[in-house]
Design a protein around this ligand. Structure first.
Ligand code: ATP
Length: 892
């Protein structure tokens, strides 16, 4: 028999599980061994061998291989072998870089794996979805993706959107009872939930009946495999640049070969020199180093609690000019405590902190006994009934399981001596309409022991008051006229101006046999009981983070469902708003057209009482004003705005699966300060990429110019091909990578955000590449001429001088690349990776000069001691000149 045809008891027996306690961990482990992980088979992974051979697909490597063939055919075996060795060495470097990038990407995937709430050993715990086994009991709520195929056993207005499976985008209401029909389509199985489908409303509990490939989704999994790798805008621009450089390289090759042959050099040497130059012109290491810099940056961000889901976000982060942040939990701690209550003109204070249910009630500083105050009792107990949170004791501490607002209300009731269990013995919950942030209310329908039925509602006071027709004053309900409304409004404002979050509780009695199916019917004509004022302190680190963002030209905007006055009070505490700042309410937002909003949006610092739907409009308005917008969110309805934002940010703790899937960044600690940390990192990664682009390209320009100058001056070749290859493929790589690991300059957060349209060579980078390259080229050719003049018989010695001068000039210049300003504005040795990389590259170059058998391959000779000062002199000229001109411009 199919699970949808069975009654719950039969399902429980068939799956050999226990709906009230779930599986034990041991049983779950046993079943996992039997059924495997709850995962869909992934497509074939690229084998290591394939990754290695893919290195040879590179255009330049093919050019080199052709050159090797030429040398081989002409009998120049040493050259051929040396070139092959360099290619292999280079391929290994590329191979390891690629594996490393791959690894960090899969580590990222691992981090963003979905979690589910499962019942194990009688406790609800959060586990990875892949650990689910048949028989597990799981719960889900609006915004969650269902982790496996389940038979529904509890439904609270549960509706699931199953379009991923059935193509039907209208959500299906889910029920619990058995459906006796053995020929049902998936879309009609109303008591079943399927892996990968999304809960769009309400909440529910289900028991897992199928996992992994044995789910409905597993059967169509082949269609879903999408392993497309994303590239960032910068990577794409560099790809284009690469293409331009290839064409340039080919032209150069032809030019050099033609000039060389015309000047009497032999064709073979000239072809090889041309090919080597072509290799020199193309920074083949660049794409791999960019990927590594990006993925290392991503890992650094993880350490700061920001998980990048989409690589391009790393770059976009550096351009962010507006951050639209949720208030609760992101700017505040989400540790809520009720500190005030208000009923019919009377204000109570409550003491005690955190979730420990210890505290007393006071009116005018005199203790009151809640059990003797009927109205207070009603406010508190109804607040506890219309509630989902649990306060548990773990290791002597009180911890919350559930929504913090509800936890605070629960604790407020416990301080008065009530417990939810004791209330549930008296009242039966007949139906529930869960909270949603558009309605801003939640209701339950309860039956008391005598069979009387009540609707109990709690929600935002300004909303609830609109749904009430009477109010409790002195324990009696009176009609809620405009006079009373004014009094309540003042009470709400009074609590809100103390930065308290406010919740109102109301109720109405309905006849015992009425069945209410929709919240619209339930949440009207209520009796307004009173208010609870909840403190939710700001996160201590946020104020500083907001300040730093401001200095960095980034505006912080608070977006909240909370009351305007509460929102503004907290925004002021955090430095987001001041007395002059504009605060806009959801209502006003709805009334404005997008164009009208655009005109004023930059003056608004706080959007209050907004619904998630408003967020999209806010993002659009800022974007139309030319801003790059980062937007946070957690619920299902936040997803469109998260998608639309340039950087969509989802909450790691409170965020729903849908919000996370839409986002490009997930905050593991839900903390605003982590957004700032990610922005710092994003800016830094980009700056580091600029640093090594500058280093590699300037080095390449230097190499080309040395060869071109020699050709034009009708001199012999200053570098033999194998030396050019060595400098290009071996010497440059390590220092470039070390630049990718550099720390940010002090001023990264003291200047405005970068324009997203900025080209690779903007802000003077192009000029730096050419001028530095020129200086390196000139000093190398001068060193060569000097050595050659001294001893015209020994060309090989002069070439060695040119080789080592070029290497040294680059290795000195690399320290200049650490700063946008000058080598003098930063301690050049502040990056230890760079120091070690330079030492290694230098040692490698010396090895080529001084180790006898390598001398033969590289056509080098040992440099005499007396020549070192000259070489070092020429090699440091470019950097000295630059430092000098910096000092000069400063003194002006
Ligand atoms: P943010 O959007 O910054 O997270 P928020 O948490 O205040 O802000 P919502 O969760 O939409 O936004 O809450 C809006 C209002 O709804 C709150 O000010 C409160 O009055 C009311 N509210 C919040 N949670 C509940 C709940 N569980 N039950 C009833 N009412 C609630």
């Amino acid at each position: 028999m199919n699970y949808h045809e069975m009654h719950e008891k039969e399902v429980e027996q068939t799956l050999n599980t226990d709906f009230s306690a779930g599986l034990t961990e041991e049983e779950a482990e046993k079943r996992r061994k039997k059924f495997g992980f709850n995962e869909l088979d992934e497509g074939e992974k690229q084998s290591l061998l394939l990754i290695f051979f893919s290195q040879f697909k590179d255009f330049m490597v093919l050019v080199l291989l052709a050159a090797t063939l030429v040398s081989g055919l002409l009998g120049e075996y040493i050259d051929a072998i040396a070139i092959i060795a360099i290619i292999i060495l280079n391929s290994f470097l590329g191979f390891f870089q690629e594996i490393r990038a791959e690894k960090s990407l899969s580590a990222l995937k691992e981090l963003s794996q979905p979690h589910v709430h499962a019942l194990r050993n009688g406790e609800w715990i959060n586990i990875l979805s892949k650990e689910l086994v048949p028989g597990d009991v799981i719960k889900f709520a609006s915004g969650d993706r269902i982790g496996a195929d389940v038979r529904i056993i509890e439904s609270r207005s549960l509706e699931v959107e199953e379009s991923a499976l059935t193509g039907e985008s209208v959500p299906v209401p889910k029920t619990v009872s058995a459906i006796k029909n053995n020929n049902l389509a998936l879309g009609d199985m109303e008591n079943m939930g399927f892996m990968g489908t999304m809960v769009s409303r309400g909440s529910g509990v289900g028991v897992v009946i199928g996992t992994g490939m044995k789910t409905a989704m597993g059967q169509i999994a082949d269609l879903l495999q999408n392993a497309d790798s994303v590239t960032t805008p910068l990577q794409r621009r560099l790809e284009q640049l690469g293409k331009i450089l290839i064409v340039t390289a080919l032209l150069l090759t032809v030019l050099v070969v033609v000039i060389g042959v015309l000047q009497g050099n032999d064709l073979y040497t000239m072809v090889l020199a041309g090919v080597s130059l072509a290799v020199a012109a193309i920074p083949e290491g660049l794409p791999a180093i960019v990927t590594i810099a990006l993925s290392l940056g991503v890992q650094k961000m993880i350490r700061k609690n920001a998980v990048v889901r989409k690589l391009p976000a790393v770059e976009t982060l550096g351009c962010a000019s507006v951050i639209c942040s949720d208030k609760t939990g992101t700017l505040t701690q989400n540790k809520m405590t009720v500190t005030r209550a208000w009923i019919g003109g009377k204000t109570y204070t409550v003491d005690g902190t955190g979730y420990e249910p210890q505290g007393k009630y006071y009116v005018d500083e005199k203790i009151v006994e809640p059990t003797k105050d009927k109205a207070l009792q009603q406010l508190l107990t109804f607040g506890m009934l219309c509630n989902h949170a649990e306060i548990l004791q773990k290791d002597g501490e009180y911890v919350l399981n559930g929504d913090p607002t509800e936890g605070a209300i629960l604790v407020a009731g416990m301080k008065a001596g009530f417990t939810r269990n004791q209330l549930l013995n008296q009242f039966t919950i007949v139906n529930e309409f869960p909270f949603d942030s558009t309605r801003k209310m939640m209701s339950v329908i309860v039956k008391d022991p005598t069979g009387r039925q009540f609707v109990v509602t709690k929600g935002a006071p300004d909303v609830l008051i609109g749904q009430s027709k009477s109010i409790l004053f002195e324990n009696r309900s009176t009609v809620l006229g405009s006079e009373q409304k004014k009094v309540v409004q003042e009470a709400i404002n009074g609590l809100a101006s103390q930065a308290l979050r406010t919740i109102a509780v109301g109720y109405k009695e309905i006849s015992a046999n009425t069945i209410i199916l929709h919240e619209r019917e339930a949440e009207k004509d209520l009796v307004f009981i009173g208010l609870q004022g909840i403190i939710d302190p700001p996160r201590p680190e946020v104020k500083q983070a907001v300040k730093e963002c401001k200095e960095a030209g980034i505006k912080t905007v608070m977006i909240t469902g909370d009351h305007v006055i509460t929102a503004k009070a907290i925004a002021k505490q955090l430095g987001i708003a001041n007395n002059r700042s504009k605060v806009m309410e959801g209502k006003e937002l709805s009334d404005l057209s997008l164009n009208e909003l655009e005109d004023i949006v930059e003056d608004v610092s706080v959007f209050a009482r907004v619904s998630p739907e408003h967020k999209l409009k806010i993002v659009q308005a800022f974007q139309n004003r030319g801003h790059v917008v980062a937007m946070t969110g957690d619920g299902v309805n936040d997803a469109p705005a998260i998608k639309k934002a340039n950087i969509g940010i989802a909450m790691g703790i409170t965020g729903t699966d849908v919000a996370k899937e839409a986002s490009s960044l997930v905050l593991m600690d839900d903390n605003f300060a982590s957004i700032k940390a990610a922005i710092v990192e994003g800016r830094n990664i980009y700056e580091n990429i600029r640093k090594f682009i500058r280093y590699l390209l300037a080095s390449n320009v230097g190499e080309i110019l040395v060869m071109l100058f020699a050709m034009l001056l009708a001199m012999p070749l200053p570098l033999v091909p194998i030396q050019i290859l060595w400098v290009n493929l071996v010497t440059d790589g390590l220092p470039a990578m070390a630049l990718g690991l550099d720390r940010p300059e002090d001023n990264v957060m003291k200047r405005g955000p970068r324009s997203p349209n900025e080209g690779v060579f903007s802000r003077g980078l192009g000029w730096k590449v050419i001028s530095r390259g020129f200086l390196i080229g000139v000093s190398t050719i001068l060193a060569f001429m000097f050595a050659y003049d001294n001893n015209p018989e020994n060309l090989e010695y002069a070439q060695t001088v040119a080789f080592i001068t070029l290497v040294l000039a680059q290795l000195i210049h690399v320290f200049d690349c650490r700063s946008e300003k000058s080598i003098l504005s930063r301690n050049p040795f502040g990056n230890m990776y760079l120091v070690w990389a330079v030492i290694s590259s230098l040692v490698l170059a010396l090895v080529v000069i001084y180790v006898p058998f390598l001398q033969e391959i590289f056509h080098t000779l040992p440099i005499a001691m007396k020549d070192w000062p000259m070489i070092i002199g020429f090699a440091s000229v470019p950097t000295f000149l630059l430092a000098g001109s910096f000092l000069l411009s400063k003194s002006k």
